[in-house]
Design a protein around this ligand. Sequence first.
Ligand SMILES: [Zn+2]
Length: 132
Amino acid sequence: MTIILSEKSRIKLTGAHPDLAKVIERAAALSSIDFTVLEVTRTLARQKELVAKGASKTMKSRHLPGVDGKSRAVDIAPLDGGQVSWAWPLYHKLAVVIKQAAKEVGVPIEWGGDWRSFKDGPHWQLPWAQYP
Ligand SMILES: [Zn+2]
């Protein structure tokens, strides 16, 4: 199965580290669940705002651009009937596809849904160790 990433999603992905973009493109090629890219690059001001609201827990977010100007995190949401879904079962299904895609392209990846304290279903990031 394959899904077609929207133009908006593609434009957002240009802000991501190329390895991360590669994973998401491969995931689109494998997926039978439609999904969209919610957010990639954040400004410092937006990150501060999210932390203040409690929507993010860190000022060391991987959404902030790295030294190369590229972000090491993407937020992705499954679509249900064309609408963004917040249903965990769908995130778990999509996670299987994204992990498979990462394996195929040989890029290590971390899912916010696997975090213990603050589960973040849409969040995917490159590990700090391999991608400072
Ligand atoms: Zn995120």
